[in-house]
Every structure is written in C-alpha cells, then in structure tokens.
Design a protein around this ligand. Structure first.
Ligand code: PRP
Length: 225
C-alpha cells in the first residue's frame, strides 16, 4: 500500500452515531431497512458543526468546493448552505461502474470546469469506504496545482479501507454496514431518504444474484458480496 497520498487526520473527533437510534424507520421502508443509523436531526446538527470548522479554517480565503457526483447531492446542499464563506462550486463525475467496463474500474463521467490552480480546494464526498475514489480524485486534482486541498466526507467507514487516504473533515465514523439514504444509493435507489439507514441484507442478497458480473462493483461496492 502506498502512503504517498496519506493525509494527516486533522479533525479526528468525528462522532459515532451510537449503538441504537431512537428514530423509527418510516412504514414505507420497513421491509427494506433494518434501522436508522443516523437521523436527519443528527445529520443536521453535525453538518452545522462541520461547517463552522470549515469556515474557521478557510476564513478570508476564497474556496473552490469540488463535489463528487452523484452521492453528495444532499450532503453538499446542506453543507454549503451552512457555510458563510465566499466560494465557487464545481463537480467531478466519478463512478465505480460505467457501461462496458471491468468490475472495479473507476469511470470519470464529468470533468472539472473551474481552474483550481493556486486555489484552496475543499473536496466533498458522501462516504469514504475503500478509499479508491478519493485516492484517484486527489491524484487528479493535485496535478492541477491547487494551493491546498482538504477533504470532507459525511461518513467514514475505516474498516474497509484499501488505499491509505483519510479525510480532513468527517461527519460520522460508521461501522461496516451497508448504508443507504441521504444521497447514498443501492442500485440507484434510496438516495432521497432524509436519514442514513441500514439496508436489510435480503435486499442486496437478492439483487446481487440478479446482477451481471460487470455491474457488481457499482451495485455491491459497499459490501453486498
Ligand atoms: C460511492 C460514494 C463514493 C465512493 C466511495 O460512489 O459516493 O464516491 O463510492 O467508495 P470507495 O471509497 O470504496 O471508493 P459510487 O461509485 O457508488 O457512485 P455514486 O456517488 O454515484 O453513488
């Protein structure tokens, strides 16, 4: 494992969501979700605290926020509306699955349009899992010569890390569970849930049997094998 891109953990006090959450899964989702891991209130509270940390660290600097599509949609919207800083926003499309590709290959579906040369960049992702996505994207961004790059993720699943990459700002440390909601999907579903929930194993086991091998990395990326 290369340690070239290993980043010092600056904000290492990210909370764990707690053993049990009192929030109840809405009836519509009870067959598919085991439980709510992080409620919408917990998310909102934590994002306000993260925004304060970021605003303090970037005071008096203009930030370029680079967000990874598609999973960051909810997190990004809530994060930047809490950030009272001048910033510009751009997106990189990256997915662990693309049509006709080998399983496990990362595919870039949208490139950055803003110049980040000499700029302060905040790279935002929804979940840091194996680290392959962030590792690749950080390599790409560093080649564009920004002044500095910091990384911000809502969820950190350290147990599954393959690449030596850590985030500077972490919302929650989570165990190795298959989580969906608040932007995170399973087979493109569940992104609209306002909370982070734990998917019932029967959902991904059934789906995994139906999925062709080339799609498995994307659909099963978060542990359904
Ligand atoms: C998910 C997630 C992260 C990445 C993390 O993206 O949004 O970007 O996986 O996994 P890693 O640390 O193991 O690389 P995905 O490719 O599923 O695309 P999506 O954002 O469209 O859901």
């Amino acid at each position: 494992m290369s340690h070239r891109n290993f980043q010092r953990v600056i904000k290492s006090r990210a909370p764990r969501p707690g053993a049990r959450n009192n929030a109840r899964v809405p009836p519509r989702w009870r067959n598919e979700l085991e439980r709510i891991l992080i409620s919408d209130e917990q998310i909102a509270r934590r994002i306000r605290a993260m925004s304060r940390d970021i605003a303090r660290d970037y005071a008096s600097r203009e930030l370029v926020v680079v967000s990874l599509l598609n999973g960051t949609v909810m997190f990004l919207a809530d994060l930047i509306r809490n950030l009272s800083l001048p910033l510009r926003l751009d997106f990189i499309g990256v997915s662990s699955y693309g049509a006709g590709t080998e399983s496990g290959e990362l595919v870039f579906t949208k490139e950055l349009r803003l110049s980040v040369r000499g700029r302060d960049v905040l790279l935002v992702d929804d979940i840091l899992d194996t680290g392959k996505t962030l590792y690749r994207v950080l390599g790409k961004l560093r080649a564009l010569k920004p002044r500095r790059i910091k990384t911000c993720v809502l969820l950190n699943k350290a147990a599954r890390r393959i690449e030596a990459v850590e985030a500077d700002y972490v919302g929650f440390e989570i165990p190795d569970l298959f989580v969906v909601g608040y932007g995170l999907d399973f087979a493109e579903r569940y992104r609209n849930l306002p909370f982070v929930g734990v998917l019932h194993p029967h959902v991904y086991r059934q789906a995994s049997q139906r999925i062709a091998p080339a799609r498995r990395r994307k659909t099963c990326a978060r542990g359904c094998d």
